[in-house]
Structures are given as C-alpha cells and as structure tokens.
Design a protein around this ligand. Structure first.
Ligand SMILES: O=C(O)CCC(=O)C(=O)O
Length: 312
C-alpha cells in the first residue's frame, strides 16, 4: 500500500533520474535513480496540508530521504512537521531538539560539533532505533560538511547468496562509545550496547537491510574475533561503495528528512572555522525484526563470498 502510493506519484516505469512531476502545487524531483526526492513549490506547513502523513511516510520509504529546500522554520514549525511523520522523541512533553553545531546556539544543547563522522544508524545501540531524522540547515560552511548516506537495502540485495545466508543466522553487537565520530579500537566502560539481528526487515517496505555500520557495529556475535573483524571490515567497504551512496551538500534553508533504517548516515569533513549549524529532531522507531530470507529471491553481488572460504 505505502510503496504503491510512493510509486504512484513519480513512477514513469523507467526509473529515470531527475524525473519531475507536479502534484497539485508541489513539484517533485528525483535526486538520483534510487535515493532522494526533492519537494518544492510550497512552504512546509502548506506542503503538509497537500501531502497526508500516509503519503509522506510512503515517499520516505520509497525514496530514502526527502529534501524540502528554501524553508524558513522556527523550532515549533519543524517540530509540528516532525509530528506528521510519527512520534517525535521528546523530553517529557517537549520535543527533543538538538543543534548539530560547532558553535553554541543560545542555551540549546549543541552536539557533534566537528569533523568527518563515520556512517551509522541513530540509536541502533538501543532496543528501538529511531525511525527517521530531520535536520534543518541554519548555517552552512562554504565547503564540505555534506551529510553522507548509504543505502542498506540496496547493499544487502547486492551481497552474494552465501553471505546473505551466513548473516541470516547472526546477530550483531551495536555500541556507541569511545569516540562520537569515528570507530575506535576500544569502548568506554559505560558504553550503551544492544544486540540485534545483522539483517533486519524494513518495517514499512518489508525489504531486507544490512544492519551493520562502521561507527557502531562492534562484533558479529558468535564468530571468532578475527573472523568477525574481517567480515565486518568487508561489509563496511561493501556498503560504502559509490553505487550505494549519496552525499547531500547543504544550502541554508534545506530541511532533510531521512529513513534511519534504510539509510545509514555520516558526515564529510568541513572547515571548522566556519559555522555549521543544523537543527535536529528525531522520530521514534519500534521493535527490530530479523529478516527471514526466502531462498532464491535475492540477486547475488560481488562481495567475496566468505561463507565459501576454507576455515583457517
Ligand atoms: O552532521 C551531520 O551531517 C550528521 C549528524 C548526525 O549524524 C546526526 O544528526 O545523527
């Protein structure tokens, strides 16, 4: 139902890049063959009246991220829009607003100030990872600082069947600690961790997705340490290939909304002498479900099939 809705709005049957279409007063444009939909033509609060919550979520599942450029949003307007997508993460009755910022923003909480950030999934180290993230661009450096994405659904589908089969029985330990931005050899003693399946079912599309990311996935549970490290390194490189990636170069006034399970995200390096200030809200997710593979319905890819290699 939701996929059909998303497709119905833009599908020409040819998977064309850059295909544009009007839906009432809104102009919709694909940003790449598989990822990203730009929605223009109206201020956000009017756009929300044109697009129901169901349609917004269907578009998000279909395109991975939605871009609403040229917006002027205060905290309340951004939070009201977030509420159209699901349950906003809150602190008591107040939406949890954070500024991803390298300078203080009044008395608000500023996080993740500097430098490149490895790909990750927000809150994958907790029982219920977030469903979606909304970032709004307030101050943008002249160079660098793109938000980087990798499509974990496409990456899974491109794995060889043997690797898919191996992963289907494995869990991963997700953890966040040590460094906020890059993978470290060791973790802090008080690091938050959660064990999840290594391949999960997307709650909206039902697609399998690779639930392994460079910043937060520490081990494939049950494999010897060396084997786990080697396979994880291979999976990280597989996910980060250009064919699964998209970088969003920010402009002031962009509102970006992404599906936190299908897309892993991170950040490119930027010149920290310039301000980079983004306002962030997140949408709560639910229970994570293991993907159960139906034999024969995935296309094999090019990753070395580790399950076929002799054990040392
Ligand atoms: O700064 C960015 O582009 C991404 C920040 C981030 O990882 C997050 O908001 O979860």
């Amino acid at each position: 139902m939701t996929e059909a809705l998303g497709k119905g709005l833009l599908d020409d049957g040819k998977g064309m890049t850059g295909l544009s279409q009007s839906v009432g007063p809104l102009a919709l444009r694909r940003l790449s063959p598989t990822l990203g939909l730009e929605i223009t033509g109206q201020a956000l609060n009017e756009a929300v009246r044109s697009l129901s919550t169901e349609t917004l979520n269907a578009l998000l599942a279909e395109h991975g991220f939605l871009l609403f450029p040229g917006q002027t949003l205060d905290e309340a307007t951004q939070a009201a829009f977030a509420a159209c997508l699901g349950k906003v993460r809150s602190e008591g009755a107040t939406p949890r607003i954070r500024y991803v910022s390298n300078r203080p923003v009044d008395d608000a909480v500023a996080i993740l100030p500097k430098g490149a950030m490895d790909l990750h999934v927000d809150q994958c180290f907790a029982e219920h990872p977030n469903k979606a993230t909304l970032l709004y661009g307030l101050e943008i450096p002249s160079k660098g600082g793109a938000t980087r994405f990798a499509d974990a659904v496409a990456a899974y589908a491109a794995l060889p069947r043997g690797t898919q089969a191996l992963l289907s029985g494995l869990d991963v330990l997700q953890a966040y600690g040590g460094s906020e931005t890059t993978r470290t050899a060791t973790l802090d003693a008080n690091t938050a961790t959660w064990r999840h399946p290594s391949v999960i079912k997307h709650p909206v599309s039902g697609h399998a997705l690779l639930f392994v990311n460079r910043l937060m996935t520490r081990t494939l549970v049950g494999l010897p340490e060396e084997e786990s490290n080697a396979l994880l390194a291979e999976l990280f490189s597989h996910l980060e290939q250009p064919r699964f990636r998209y970088d969003h170069q920010w402009r002031q006034g962009d509102l970006l909304v992404w599906d936190n399970l299908r897309l892993q995200h991170g950040r490119a390096e930027f010149e920290t002498s310039q301000s980079r200030v983004l306002r962030r809200l997140t949408i709560e997710g639910g229970k994570v479900e293991r993907f159960v593979q139906v034999p024969g319905d995935q296309t094999p890819g090019e990753l070395t099939d580790v399950s076929q290699q002799p054990q040392s």
